[in-house]
Design a protein around this ligand. Structure first.
Ligand SMILES: Cc1cc2nc3c(=O)[nH]c(=O)nc-3n(C[C@H](O)[C@H](O)[C@H](O)COP(=O)(O)O)c2cc1C
Length: 394
C-alpha cells in the first residue's frame, strides 16, 4: 500500500561525507532553505552576468605545472594583517547569517577557526561583534557600512578596537543596493514575512522554520542606534536606502583610516585608479570585488583585475581577490597573478545552510584540500613559489 502522506524529502540530516565540492553544498543549501533565503544567497543583480562571469573568468586561464620538485610537505600558509593563516582563502563578510542557520555567525567564525583562516564580520550581522569575537580566538576583520548616523560608524571603530579585531574593512560598492530581482520575486524580507506564499515554502522546510525561522532576528551591531529592524518587516532595498549614507566620498575613507590604527582594507574597488587612490590614503589592502555580482551588473570579474591592481599598488598595499572562487584552483590562479589572498562568500554560506558549523567546516576543508592539491600538482612547495609565469591567459 502506498504511504498516504509523502514524507518531507528535504529535511533529513545531511550526509556531509557525500558532499565534495562547492556545487554539492550549493545543491544541499537549495534543498535545505526556503526559496527566499536560498535565492538571497545565490542571486545577483539584474541579468546576473557579473555573477556568472566572476567564476567563468577563471576558465580563461590555464595552469602549467612544473615536475620533480619534492612536494612531500606543501605549506599553504600566509601572513595577513599580522596574523598567520593556514591557507590563503578567508571568509568574506556576509549579512544576516542567522537567516540561513540558527547558529549563524558564531558557527561561521568557528568554521573559519577550524580550518585556520580569518572570519570577516558584517556590519549587518545578526550576532553582535562582541559575541562573535568571544566565540573564537581566530583572526577577525570587522566590515563597516557607513550609516547616515555617523555616530554609529565612530562607535563601530571603538567597539572593534575594544573587542580585539585584527583589521577594519570599509565596503564602498553599496552606495545604493543593486537590483536583485530574485529577492523581489520570492518576496524576501528581513525578518522573513509570513505571507501565504512564504508560509508554504517554510512549511516545506520545517527544520529551517522551527530552528531558524521562528528564532527572531535583529541586526545586532546597529539595533540600539536606530539602525535595527525594531519589529518592522522590510526589504533589504528599503533598509539600505533608509540607513546607508549615499553621500560617501574618499574623504570618508580617509576619516576612517585616521581613526583606526590597525590594518585598514577597502572592499569593492575595481579600477586601477581607485587602487592607487587607496594606496595614497594609506590603506593596507584592497579587496578587488564586485560584491559577488550583487551590485553593478556588467562589472568585470575580480580575477581579471588583479594584475592591473598589483601594478597600481606598486608594493604599497596587498591585493585581495574576492568573488567567484568555487574551487581551490581558482584561488591558486588569483595568487599566481599577484593576489596576496582570496576571499569567499557563498561557498561557506552554502555549507552553513546545509548543516551549520559542520557543513561550513566541511565546505571550507574541501576547498582548502583543493588548494593544497593544486599546489602539489603544480610542483609548488608553498604560496611564495607561485608566479605569473605559472598561469597563461587563453
Ligand atoms: C548573502 C550575502 C550577503 C553579503 N553581505 C555582505 C555584507 O554585509 N557586506 C559586504 O561587504 N559584502 C557582503 N557580501 C559580499 C561578500 O562579502 C563577497 O564580496 C562576495 O560574496 C564574494 O563573492 P562569492 O560569493 O562569489 O565568493 C554578501 C554576499 C552574500 C552572498
Amino acid at each position: 500500500m502506498a504511504f498516504p502522506v509523502r514524507p518531507i524529502p528535504y529535511d533529513r540530516p545531511m550526509k556531509l561525507d557525500r558532499l565534495y565540492n562547492t556545487a554539492d553544498f550549493r545543491e544541499a543549501a537549495r534543498r535545505r532553505l526556503p526559496a527566499p533565503m536560498f535565492n538571497y544567497i545565490d542571486g545577483g543583480a539584474d541579468d546576473e552576468w557579473t555573477l556568472k562571469r566572476n567564476t567563468a573568468a577563471f576558465d580563461d586561464y590555464e595552469i602549467t605545472p612544473g615536475q620533480l620538485n619534492d612536494i612531500s610537505a606543501v605549506d599553504t600558509g600566509i601572513e595577513l594583517f599580522g596574523r598567520k593563516l593556514d591557507w590563503p582563502v578567508f571568509l568574506a563578510p556576509t549579512a544576516m547569517t542567522r537567516l540561513f542557520h540558527h547558529e549563524g555567525e558564531r558557527a561561521a567564525a568557528r568554521a573559519a577557526d577550524a580550518t585556520g583562516t580569518l572570519y570577516s564580520v558584517s556590519t549587518l550581522a545578526t550576532t553582535s561583534m562582541e559575541d562573535i569575537a568571544s566565540a573564537t580566538p581566530g583572526p577577525k576583520m570587522f566590515q563597516v557600512y557607513i550609516f547616515r548616523d555617523r555616530g554609529l560608524t565612530a562607535e563601530f571603530v571603538e567597539r572593534a578596537k575594544a573587542s580585539g579585531y585584527d583589521a577594519l574593512c570599509l565596503t564602498v560598492d553599496t552606495p545604493v543596493q543593486g537590483n536583485r530581482e530574485r529577492d523581489l520575486k520570492t518576496g524576501m524580507t528581513i525578518p522573513p514575512r509570513f505571507s501565504l506564499k512564504s508560509a508554504l515554502s517554510f512549511a516545506a522546510h520545517p527544520h529551517w522554520a522551527l530552528t531558524t525561522g521562528f528564532g527572531g532576528f535583529e541586526l545586532e551591531n546597529v539595533s540600539h542606534g536606530g539602525g535595527g529592524l525594531s519589529g518592522k518587516t522590510m526589504s533589504l532595498l528599503q533598509y539600505i536606502h533608509t540607513q546607508f549614507d549615499s553621500t560617501l566620498t574618499w574623504k570618508d575613507a580617509e576619516w576612517l583610516r585616521e581613526h583606526w590604527d590597525g590594518p585598514f582594507v577597502i572592499k569593492g574597488l575595481q579600477s586601477a585608479a581607485d587602487v592607487a587612490r587607496a594606496a595614497q590614503l594609506g590603506a593596507d589592502a584592497v579587496m578587488i570585488s564586485n560584491h559577488g555580482g550583487r551590485q553593478l551588473d556588467s562589472a568585470p570579474a575580480p580575477v581579471d583585475g588583479i594584475a592591473a591592481a598589483v601594478e597600481a599598488a606598486d608594493g604599497r598595499l596587498d591585493v585581495i581577490c574576492d568573488g567567484g572562487i568555487r574551487r581551490g584552483k581558482h584561488a591558486v590562479i588569483a595568487l599566481a597573478l599577484g593576489a596576496k589572498a582570496c576571499s569567499v562568500g557563498r561557498p561557506y554560506l552554502y555549507g552553513l545552510a546545509a548543516a551549520g558549523e559542520a557543513g561550513a567546516t566541511r565546505a571550507l576543508t574541501r576547498l582548502k584540500e583543493e588548494v593544497t592539491r593544486t599546489l602539489a600538482l603544480m610542483g609548488k612547495q608553498n604560496i611564495a613559489g607561485l608566479s605569473s609565469g605559472d598561469v597563461q591567459r587563453l
